[in-house]
Design a protein around this ligand. Structure first.
Ligand code: NAD
Length: 343
């Protein structure tokens, strides 16, 4: 049956991680938690996922809505070997007290401060550092994408400096109260944005500066990255290494991948659940190499990109697999993560 995993916080990230766990043969989903009796709770019921709530009062409320509840969150924590905490930014830090009390391992998300965990995690970069640890933090969507690209580039040489512009989606599709609606917003206006600092929590010895702008879209982030290598590289070499790196997928602009909107449509057309795009989607035509300098552009599906990393983090923290590549391959096969779009 595998290790017993609970997902605390069944929202954007939590429900996707719960789905991914259900696809693994070395782990089992023992429950998820909800604070509100909404359609997500009803869908969890329908899928037979045990649902836990914060208190006895919540049980009454959920039952009034006709929703079955398995118990309170504390009981779910006690039953689990490891908890994936996908509660909103800052809430995970409060729950850590409960995880500590019951001696449970936990995986936190990028909204929490790095200090919450012993390791900030990116499967391609530092899987082994998380082996057997008690607390691991999967870095945010933007940081996960940057880390994958940086660790791929490191396979062909040393990186002197990285300068990246992050065009961030304003909200997730369901976040109807968030914006901006019209404006482009420097966020923050001073450099670097927090993403550069966050990358250093995974890869400390890297010279990186990031700038970020929030834009009115829900369909993915877009990064424009410029890297100066210490050695000369060729475009062919770079394309070959990106093609050879898991969770990075090259697409061609001139095949209709004109925008993040087209990438989302492609993901719908290949019937990805919820159009989830786990890969960093690199536009092949954007890859430009001039001696030691490299440029590229890629799209990042904020709702999905950290999902495979959470699965690998469970394997690392529970020591289910010592070899990062084996874990990555297992996760990727279970979720249908692609290395070629045109098969
Ligand atoms: P979300 O708001 O969509 O989901 C959070 C869920 O936790 C909701 O279902 C909410 O009801 C529940 N919750 C709130 N308080 C709770 C409590 N006290 N106990 C149990 N459950 C509670 O948030 P999200 O976007 O999934 O973000 C979760 C984490 O993942 C954050 O750290 C965030 O920074 C990170 N993250 C988000 C994204 C993204 O694009 N949405 C990407 C990467 C990482």
């Amino acid at each position: 049956m595998g290790v017993r995993v609970a997902v605390n916080g069944y929202g954007t990230i939590g429900k996707r991680v719960a789905y991914a766990i259900s696809k693994q043969n070395d782990m089992q989903l023992i429950g998820v938690s909800k604070t509100k009796p909404d359609y997500n709770a009803i869908l969890a019921n329908r899928q037979g996922i045990p649902l836990y709530v914060p208190s006895e009062d919540h049980i009454k409320k959920f039952e009034e809505f006709g929703i079955k509840v398995a118990g309170i969150i504390e009981e779910m924590i006690k039953e689990a070997d490891v908890i994936v905490d996908a509660t909103p930014k800052g809430v995970g830090a409060k729950y850590k007290v409960m995880y500590e009390k019951f001696g449970k391992k936990a995986i936190f998300q990028g909204g929490e401060k790095a200090e919450i965990a012993e390791v900030s995690f990116s499967a391609l970069c530092n899987y082994r550092e998380a082996l057997g640890k008690k607390y691991v933090r999967v870095v945010s969507c933007n940081t996960t994408a940057l880390c994958r690209i940086i660790c791929a580039l490191r396979r062909i040489g040393n990186l002197k400096k990285i300068r990246a512009t992050i065009v961030r989606r304003g909200a997730d599709p369901h976040e109807y109260k968030k914006g901006p609606i019209e404006s482009l917003v420097p966020d923050p206006v001073s450099l670097p944005s927090h993403h550069a600092l966050d990358v250093k929590t995974v890869i400390p010895d890297v010279d990186i500066v990031t700038a970020a702008v929030v834009v009115p879209t829900t369909r993915m982030h877009l990064h424009i990255v410029n890297v100066e290598m210490t050695n000369k590289v060729s475009r062919e070499e770079l394309i070959s290494i990106l093609n050879d790196t898991p969770r990075i997928l090259l697409v061609r602009w001139n095949y209709g991948f004109w925008s993040t909107g087209n990438i989302v449509e492609w993901a719908r057309d290949i019937l990805r659940p919820r159009y989830d795009i786990y890969e960093v989607i690199v536009w092949e035509e954007s890859i430009t190499v001039d001696n030691r300098e490299v440029w590229l552009m890629y799209g990042v599906h904020q709702e999905a990109i950290v999902v495979p990393e959470n699965v690998d983090a469970i394997r690392a923290i529970m020591k289910l697999e010592d070899d990062p590549i084996k874990s990555i391959q297992k996760t990727d096969a279970s979720l249908g993560i692609l290395k070629r779009w045109s098969i």
